[in-house]
Ligand binder design. Structure first.
Ligand SMILES: Cc1ncc(C[n+]2csc(CCOP(=O)(O)OP(=O)(O)O)c2C)c(N)n1
Ligand code: SF4
Length: 554
């Protein structure tokens, strides 16, 4: 076996029942992806976890921007890579994403992004397809697990042929539903990674970026032409009754096939750059043509902008997930309101969750709380009702500082920011720098809820836990050291012991609310659900004094 063959695992033909995320993990592994990096976020998380279980080299990064940059570096060094995130994660990674479209890559680089229409576990629903157009990167949109497997291989092929990153976008149902996948031959292996100096390609000063932009536009024209040809195999025409033609992609295609089994279909696998000539021919071959897509009417608008007449869905169906029932209504011009979905039990913090002590204490403090994203966001619901803002990961600190700067003193003194340890590592650190650099006249208090895990997305590791994605010991970032090191005036580690934690926390917060200092209170007690995982880890590495509820001031 030569070095190049060793990069790709031996292909084993099989038929497996897999979720879309699992299928992507298999495809990445079988394609010889040498590095998978990412940041957890529903519905994308299991892709990287499964890639690691298969034996792939996978790492959680502190946030999506860093994950993207690590993957980009590896791809420029000729290593096949995948970076994974949820839709809002792409906002965080957008800065390198746009310029990576100019630099391009030297080996396959797949940007896997999972959209959450319906907001099962997100703060907004945004359509990643806009990013493909805005950044100028091709995007693939699988409909089921087989597509996910096949399209990943196709993504590597396209990325390597045009030396561009490529976005592979799923939605919740594609990522999480299971269907049969037939494994097959995947792209041939690459030579082992090696760096070739190419300054005009990879150093984006204006003199090199201007021609790079022109190169990108040329590549996109070529990809569009290729996507319009039969060689791409990403589009499929399914013949049927020509009185109704449906153009669909992603999960919308599956719903539409069930809603209108007799119709003719054009299934779009690559919505950007769009195969407009294929679409033109299809539309001319049917009497009525309707575009069915989840999210925003991006396909329909692009098709109409090309002067091709198609029907689109009513604005009502820009909200939430599509389903078979909704597609039937769209096809029947029925705009009556959908039947109300019975409301399930609202989510709540686990009975013995350490966050409970904190939110009980808040109830006695009459605070203005700028909150953040994690299990603790549930503190906004009954029985606590203790959170006043929640916008995006890391926003709690900046927003709290903004309020403290403008509010009259009596109100400014009531403002407190609350953030989890995972979210602090993701994007809270820069907020803390801002607090030290531009402190409000009344100072500020940041409570960091350190439960030793990223609980909300399924107990992932992060730089503060001292463990890698596959639970090996690694460097551990201690929040108290960071806060002291950057110049926060008061740094306190507090144990929310269920016995007297509430009472002690009330006293502590009151004491610091009247000062004009910058203060960080690290509330440290493990998430109860991570206890099992913690036990496993303790077998692997010794516990440092930073874990396990140490209690002190300073
Ligand atoms: C940009 C972005 N990436 C990922 C997510 C998904 N997500 C929501 S909360 C969270 C972290 C929660 O961890 P932590 O702050 O430690 O709170 P915990 O759930 O442990 O209480 C993540 C990764 C997101 N909402 N936004
Ligand atoms: S999973 Fe952990 S952090 Fe989340 S509510 Fe339950 S105990 Fe609390």
């Amino acid at each position: 076996m030569n070095a190049a063959t060793a990069l790709q695992p031996t292909f084993q033909p099989a038929r497996l029942l897999l979720s879309g995320n699992e299928a992507l993990a298999y495809a990445a592994y079988h394609s010889g992806v040498q590095l998978g990096t990412g940041y957890p976020g529903t519905p994308s998380t299991e892709m990287l976890e499964n890639f690691a279980k298969l034996g792939g080299h996978a790492q959680w990064a502190p946030n999506e921007k860093v994950a993207f940059e690590v993957a980009l570096g590896a791809a420029i060094a000729k290593g096949r890579t995948v970076v994974t995130m949820k839709h809002v994660g792409l906002n965080v990674a957008a800065d390198p994403l746009f310029t990576a479209a100019y630099t391009g890559v030297a080996a396959g680089f797949v940007v896997f992004v999972a959209d959450d229409f319906g907001m099962a576990s997100s703060q907004n629903e945004q359509d990643t397809r806009y990013y493909a157009k805005a950044a100028g990167l091709p995007l693939l949109d699988p409909s089921d697990s087989q597509d996910a497997y096949d399209f990943f291989a196709k993504a590597i092929e396209i990325s390597e042929r045009w030396q561009l990153p490529i976005i592979l976008r799923t939605t919740t149902r594609v990522s999480h539903s299971k269907s049969i996948v037939t494994l097959h031959e995947l792209p041939p292996p690459l030579q082992p990674p090696h760096f070739v100096r190419d300054i005009p390609t990879y150093v984006m000063i204006p003199a090199y970026a201007r021609p790079a932009h022109a190169r990108l536009l040329k590549k996109l024209d070529e990809i569009q032409e290729w996507n319009d040809s039969s060689i791409s195999s990403l589009q499929r025409v399914i013949p049927g009754d020509s009185s109704l033609g449906i153009i669909a992609s992603g999960i919308a295609y599956i719903h539409a096939r069930e809603a209108a089994p007799h119709a003719c279909f054009l299934k779009i696998g690559m919505p950007f750059p769009l195969p407009l000539e294929t679409i033109r021919k299809f539309v001319a071959s049917v009497e009525r043509c309707v575009v069915i897509e989840e999210g925003d009417p991006i396909l329909a608008e692009a098709i109409r902008a090309a002067g091709i007449h198609v029907e689109s869905k009513p604005p009502l169906y820009r909200l939430g997930e599509l389903n078979v029932q909704k597609v039937r209504k769209i096809l029947n011009y029925d705009i009556s309101p959908d039947a109300a979905v019975p409301r399930g039990k609202p989510p709540e913090l686990c009975p013995a969750c350490p966050h409970r002590t904190v939110f009980s204490a808040f109830q006695s403090l009459n605070l203005i709380i700028t909150g953040d994203i994690g299990c603790y966001t549930l503190g906004v619901l009954e029985p606590f009702g203790e959170m006043d803002t929640c916008v995006c990961m890391g926003a709690s600190i900046g927003m709290g500082l903004g309020m403290r700067h403008v509010l009259p003193e009596d109100q400014a003194r009531r403002v407190l920011s609350v953030i989890g340890d995972g979210t602090f590592m993701h994007s809270g650190l820069t907020g803390l720098l801002e607090m030290v650099y531009n402190p409000p006249p009344t100072g500020h208090i940041v409570l960091i809820l350190d439960n030793g895990t990223t609980a909300m997305t399924g107990l992932q590791e992060h730089p503060g836990t001292g463990r890698t994605l596959d639970m090996h010991a690694t460097g551990q970032v201690r929040i108290e050291d960071v806060a002291r090191g950057i110049g926060v005036q008061n740094v306190i580690v507090f144990d929310p012991d269920p016995k007297d934690g509430e009472e002690n926390l009330i006293k502590l917060v009151k004491e610091y609310l009247v000062k004009n200092d910058t203060t960080v209170i690290i509330v440290r007690r493990p998430c109860i659900l991570s206890a099992k995982k913690e036990k496993e880890y303790k077998k692997v590495i010794p516990i440092t004094e930073a874990r396990g509820g140490c209690h002190g001031c300073g």
